[in-house]
Design a protein around this ligand. Structure first.
Ligand SMILES: Cn1cc(CCO)c2c3c(c(-c4ccccc4Cl)cc21)C(=O)NC3=O
Length: 291
């Protein structure tokens, strides 16, 4: 009936973790499986509207993109009482935008952290692009962080002769995941709903959709550039165009190889930008093989 709510019936709402014109995002515990999920609750879009296309894009994309360590996992979506709800994997470490915000005051985000972000998101993009899909809204707010305590008992595999010191090592494993698939579209017959213009390459604005995967690479390049500088990117104007002419500010304190890679990723000509696959195997990002 109209007012039976699956949301209330199946989930315990713990806290609101996001707010937008679309509605809200909530951290919820499933009453049956006891797991925590992120649930976005938005007003049901008007049939035939752009918002409906974005909402359907998101669910179709999640259904196709299934399970990947660097793409936020989808569980379910449903409609109730004029609302649309989508239940996703909860990432407990906030978003990259939160990390940038936190580092505004304090010390800068370390190069090794940024290389991890770049590598993980490139792996997620490689997977998305391998399915002939493109994300089209890569930006700090759509990269989520999962932190897990990894406890590995040393000596457990050796014969337990009673003399082995049980050595427990606490280490935290951080995983970066691509979220918010509302702008995902097909590479083949694209229905491009432009993402955030701060991360949009010029060719997309000019409706040249011949190299869509390179738009994701461009947006990832500017995402890392912003994480380094800690300054918001321009929405328009001369500074917006300067960046699209490949003019990036020097980034003191970061290696030349990383700065060159970022410049390559935001190249004017999309064919010059590396593919996600080339990024995954890029020597700058691959942990140096100890000779
Ligand atoms: C604002 N906000 C904060 C978080 C938690 C980060 O620690 C968050 C998540 C998601 C989403 C989200 C984005 C787009 C569509 C659906 C969802 Cl659930 C939004 C989120 C999502 O899919 N998974 C999240 O953890």
């Amino acid at each position: 009936e109209a007012n039976v709510s699956r949301y209330k019936h199946e989930f315990l709402e713990m806290e609101q973790i996001g707010q937008g014109e679309f509605g809200g995002v909530y951290k919820c515990r499933h009453r049956l499986d006891g797991c925590v999920y992120a649930i976005k609750k938005s007003l049901k879009p008007v049939a035939g509207s752009v918002n409906e296309r974005i909402a359907l894009n998101e669910v179709y994309a999640h259904a196709v993109l299934g399970k990947h360590p660097h793409v936020v996992r989808y569980y379910s979506a449903w409609a109730e009482n004029d609302h649309m709800l989508i239940q996703n994997e909860y990432c407990n470490g906030g978003s990259l935008a939160d990390l940038i915000e936190k580092n505004k005051m304090g010390r800068k985000i370390g190069e090794h952290v940024l290389k991890q972000v770049l590598l993980h998101v490139a792996k997620g993009l490689k997977y998305i692009h391998s399915l002939q899909l493109v994300h089209m809204d890569i930006k700090p707010a759509n990269i989520f962080v999962s932190r897990e305590q990894k406890v590995n008992l040393q000596g457990e595999e050796s014969a337990d002769d009673g003399f082995e010191e049980e050595h427990v090592e606490e280490e935290e494993e951080v995983t970066y995941k691509i979220g918010d698939l509302g702008h995902v579209t097909s590479m083949v017959n694209p229905q491009v709903e432009e993402g955030d213009c701060r991360y949009l390459p010029r060719e997309i604005l000019q409706e040249n959709f011949s190299q869509l995967p390179k738009a994701d690479v461009f947006a990832l390049g500017l995402t890392i550039y912003e994480a380094i500088r800690g300054e918001p990117l321009p929405l328009n104007g001369d500074e917006w165009h300067a960046i699209r002419n490949g003019e990036l500010q020097p980034l003191p304190g970061y290696s030349m190889e990383l700065q060159l890679l970022l410049k390559q990723m935001v190249e004017v000509d999309p064919t010059v930008r590396p593919t996600a696959s080339q990024l995954v195997y890029h020597p700058t990002l691959c942990p140096a093989t100890i000779m």
